[in-house]
Structures are given as C-alpha cells and as structure tokens.
Design a protein around this ligand. Structure first.
Ligand SMILES: NC(=O)c1ccc[n+]([C@@H]2O[C@H](COP(=O)([O-])OP(=O)(O)OC[C@H]3O[C@@H](n4cnc5c(N)ncnc54)[C@H](O)[C@@H]3O)[C@@H](O)[C@H]2O)c1
Length: 359
C-alpha cells in the first residue's frame, strides 16, 4: 500500500480543507509522510488540546486559517496553489450542535462545498476532488440491512440533511460543469466518501464517545453514556483516511471510472452498540464504569446505522484492516501514551501511521 500511495502523492500538490481537525490532522500526517506538498485551509484548532498542534501541523503544511464561507478568499487560495488534488473535509460535523446552529451548519456544509466546487471552475489544470460527507446522508429508516451507495439520501437532523444537501450540490456541479463525458476539456474528477463513526487518538470534540470516555476515565470518573443501544459502524480513523487516499489515487489514474460515491466502514460484525464499545474501551484502559444518562427529551439521533462496503472493497481493493477490538486498543494506547509521555506524541502518532500503511 505504501508504494502505491507514494507513487500517487509524492511531490503532488494537495489542497486540504479541515486540516486542523481530527481527521484532517491524521490525513495531513499521512500525506506529509508520503511526500505531498500540502496547503491547508480551515479555522484555527477549536480546542486547547488538539492533534494538529501536538503533531506540529504547521511544520507539515502551508496553513491558511480562514472560513470556507469566504468564497473569494477560498477561490484565491485554490487558484494560487494550483492543486493536483483537493480533499474537502472542512465542516460543522456534530449532530447535536447542528440542532443549536442549524442554518450555520447548512452554510458551512452545503454552501461551503459549493464554494470549493465553484473555485475549481476557475482552475485551468487537471485536479482530482475527494469530498468527505458521511454515512448519515442516508435516509435512515432504522433498517437492519446495511446502506448501499444507491440507497435514497435524506437527513432528519440538520447535520445529516446538510451533508445530504452537499451531495446534491456535488451532483449538480458534476453534471453541469465537470461532466465526465467532457473530462478531456475540464480535467476534473469528483468522488464522494461516506464514512461511519471514526475513533482514534487526538479527538477532543464534545459529544463524541471516545473523547467523553477518555475525559472521564483519566479523572477517575464514571463515563456518562447517552445512547447505549445505538448501533454504529465504528472504525479506526486511519481506515477511511487511507480509503480516501486510495480513492484519490484511483481517480488520478482512471478519473472516469471512480467519480462516484463510496462507503467506508468496518466489517458488519464490527457495527456494535455504544455500550459494547464503552466496555471495550474501559477494558483497554484498565478499569472504570459507565452509567446510562439517556434522558427522555434528547434531540433525535439515528438508532441503527450499518454500511455496505462492498463497492469500496471490489472497485478500490480497500478493506478494513483493524477489527473493533484492535481499533479501540490502538485508540486507547494513543491516549494513555499522551497522558504518560506527552513529549512522545509526534513519534507515537507517526509510528501508528507507519504500522498501518506499511503492511
Ligand atoms: N469524526 C467522525 O466520526 C466523522 C464521521 C463521518 C464523517 N465525518 C466528516 O469528516 C470531516 C472531518 O470531521 P472531523 O471529525 O475531523 O471534525 P473536526 O471538527 O475535528 O474538524 C472539522 C474541521 O473543519 C474546519 N471547519 C469547520 N468549520 C469551518 C469553516 N466555517 N471554515 C473553514 N473550516 C471550517 C475546522 O477548522 C476543522 O479543521 C467532516 O466533513 C465530517 O463531517 C466525520
């Protein structure tokens, strides 16, 4: 996998939105190890503790701190940089926060995506775009069966709906301005990625399971769990990150074959209830307890969500490497190392990346 990715990204110009976030910092680290020249574009890291600063993200890219809603600034950044690839991750990514700031969530996630695509209309060179949405774009009917890329899109909460809107925006730009049938004229190919919940070291977002668990356990407190029975497709953050990079490499070599949507998720038996994940995390930490704090009047969140990953497996040759147990072990090992040896974060993170991509 390493050689394949190096051949695609070494020396290439990659424009990365959302580079200061959790997933963005991991992809930044991987791309820098692959020898890419990276321009980041996002807001400043949100939390006092953040992976971006811990891995010295500023040394890995030319970082622009700006809003994706600043259409002209974004366009100038993209045109000036002349990217070979764009990975668009910048978003308001939280379901519960989207109930508090719904219109802002739509602006950042749907209009922000249109701003990226609009800027690309003025880019006079070939460029591969990989746009990150989510598994929550599927019209969730609480089905037992896993969602396929051809299933209907929709969204109950503002976050899910904003990402489903982004997919409509992408489809429209793909048809109207970057139509695959005219690829030789415009040179742009666009793929969409729909990943499930990810876990890994360095996430400190509010209302996410692993950060909540680590915050509680490191202070010897009980972990409060809101939706213990909700089933989610958990995976280590490096799984989709490497999936996005493989998809970019495929687009580079055969743009017409791969400009569509791909699910990235774990094998089906690793889609498990929140309570089972918490138990695995507590065991990996070495002890602790959790309590169910579900209240009656919580904002609606999907209860059952599984993903069919056959398309990525068959067409991209991408398959999950870690099962849920390994994903949790790697994640908890990262946080424990951070607590006990904070000065080793860069090496520890780099070794986790190298272990993952070299095998
Ligand atoms: N973490 C998950 O479990 C998960 C699951 C599925 C999809 N996703 C998607 O992956 C992407 C990255 O998520 P994450 O978990 O790293 O989130 P994160 O909150 O850690 O990072 C979000 C990034 O977007 C940037 N951003 C937010 N608003 C912006 C704005 N107005 N202008 C410019 N930049 C802005 C932030 O600065 C940050 O760099 C998002 O698109 C998210 O929807 C995440």
């Amino acid at each position: 996998m390493l050689k394949q990715l190096q051949a695609a990204y070494n020396g290439k110009r990659v424009f990365l939105t959302g580079h200061t976030g959790f997933k963005g910092s991991w992809i930044l680290k991987v791309l820098s190890l692959l020898g890419a020249e990276i321009q980041g574009y996002s807001l400043s890291p949100e939390f006092e503790y953040n992976l971006y600063n811990l891995i010295n993200g500023d040394s890995l890219n030319d970082s622009i701190i700006a809003d994706i809603r600043n259409k002209e600034g974004l366009k100038k950044a993209i045109i000036d940089f002349q990217p070979d690839f764009i990975f668009h991750l910048a978003a308001q990514p939280l379901v519960r926060l989207s109930y508090q700031i719904p219109s802002e969530t739509f602006e950042v996630n749907a209009v922000g995506t249109a701003n990226v695509l609009d800027a690309v209309r003025y880019l006079n060179k070939p460029c591969q775009l990989i746009i990150i949405t989510t598994d929550k774009v599927y019209h969730n009917q609480e089905w037992e069966h896993p969602y396929k890329e051809t299933d209907r899109l929709g969204g109950y909460d503002p976050y899910s709906a904003s990402k489903a809107c982004a997919e409509l925006v992408i489809d429209s730009y793909r048809n109207s301005f970057f139509n695959p049938s005219n690829y030789n004229e415009h040179g742009k190919a666009i793929a969409v990625t729909r990943a499930g919940n990810v876990i890994g070291g360095g996430d400190w977002a509010k209302d996410r399971l692993i950060p909540d668990i680590v915050r509680a356990l490191s202070q010897q407190q009980e972990v409060s769990i809101r939706n213990p029975n909700a089933v989610r497709p958990w995976q280590h953050v490096l799984e989709p990150v490497v999936g996005y990079l493989i998809l970019g490499e495929k687009l580079l070599n055969s743009p017409l074959l791969y400009s569509s949507a791909y699910n990235f998720g774990p094998h089906l038996d690793d889609a498990m209830p929140v309570s089972a994940m918490v138990n695995l995390a507590i065991k990996a930490w070495g002890g602790g307890n959790f309590k169910n704090t579900s209240a009656e009047h919580q904002p609606h969140e999907a209860g059952l969500l599984k993903l069919d990953i056959n398309k990525a497996s068959i067409e991209l040759g991408w398959n999950p490497k870690y099962n849920a147990q390994t994903a949790i072990d790697k994640t908890i090992a990262w946080y424990k190392n951070y607590v006990t040896h904070p000065g080793e974060v860069i090496n520890f993170t780099e070794n986790q990346v190298k272990d993952f991509i070299s095998a």
